[in-house]
Ligand binder design. Sequence first.
Ligand code: TRP
Length: 376
Amino acid sequence: MEQQHGPVIDPWGTAVRLEYEKLFQYFGVKPFAELLPRVREAFGEPLHLMRRGVIFGHRDFDKIIEAYKSGERVALVTGFMPSGRFHFGHKMVADQIIYYQRLGFEVFVVIADAEAYAVRKLPREKVIETGLYEYVANLIALGLEKNKHTHIYFQTNYETPYYRLIQMFSRRVTMAEMEAIYGKLEPAKVMAALTQAADILHPQLEHFGGFRHVVVPVGADQDPHLRLARDIADRFEHELGLQRPASTYHRFQTGLDGNKMSSSRPDYTIFLTDPPEVAAKKLMRALTGGRATVEEQRRLGGEPEKCTIYEFYVYHLIMDDKQLMKIYEDCRGGRLLCGEDKRYAAELLTKFLEEHQRRLEKAKDKVLDYVEPPSF
Ligand code: TRP
């Protein structure tokens, strides 16, 4: 068993401020940085999120690298809860999906509408609409291809053996161990957790095309689901031939006030559908690592580590590592001040959003080619 000697992480918590080190300390997550040379060797240039330590942890990702190198089948599974508008925190997941798709991984993208309905208590019409026109449409606009190895599905509208898994899984877990992982659980969350285990494990079944090695790239708050899915895989090794999934963990993007980025905090979160001038305004008000006065900043330099604008560069706006480094050093050295820097970031963001939203308009007409929505 992979349970639990450390603190409970609540993947449905709204106020999570995760201390990422806990995942290493208590839960056996390994630092991703150690794998970078092997990633480079197997996949070529690592994704910027990998190079820059945004993706900071993994379980068994070394096995995925090896499987890929020896030409075995590899797939990724990840999901989105369609509970609010698609923002830059979600884009990080999209970037990873598209990176792996281009490498030839098979792709399973889950629209977690059952979870959004049951746990977030949103109306069905709302989660279906949001799933299609926020999540799927943005994924397409960001470059997700349609091909025979790419599957997007709604949790409430999939194939029978997926539901059979959820029912079978229920037999080999106890309430006590689930509550040791998640804290106090009501039936809706038990269902959501077992459903997510089926999301993660179903690509190994014959019905869905037969065994592949699976990696699940997710935000660090999702690790409890991976611990459960890995335990369930062990328990169904004989009956269903399941193997443990691998996973990677990324840091969350900070909201523009330094707290959580979330759809429920629209003033501090930039959505990919924000009109560019609205997005630019939000950015101009963002928390930076600037000092109290210009004089002080020239003398002491800024603190990019504390700056939400710098974080935007790292996560989304600047792909060239040398350019990023130069901005870092100019800020530290007191040569680049926040006003000028914000104007530059706003310019990059505006350009990105204008292009993205042009693609998004076209993508909206294509969502139904990618996924079949539930009828209610
Ligand atoms: N629980 C995830 C979230 O809150 C969504 C999700 C559902 C998911 N099934 C998944 C993520 C499977 C990764 C793999 O966003």
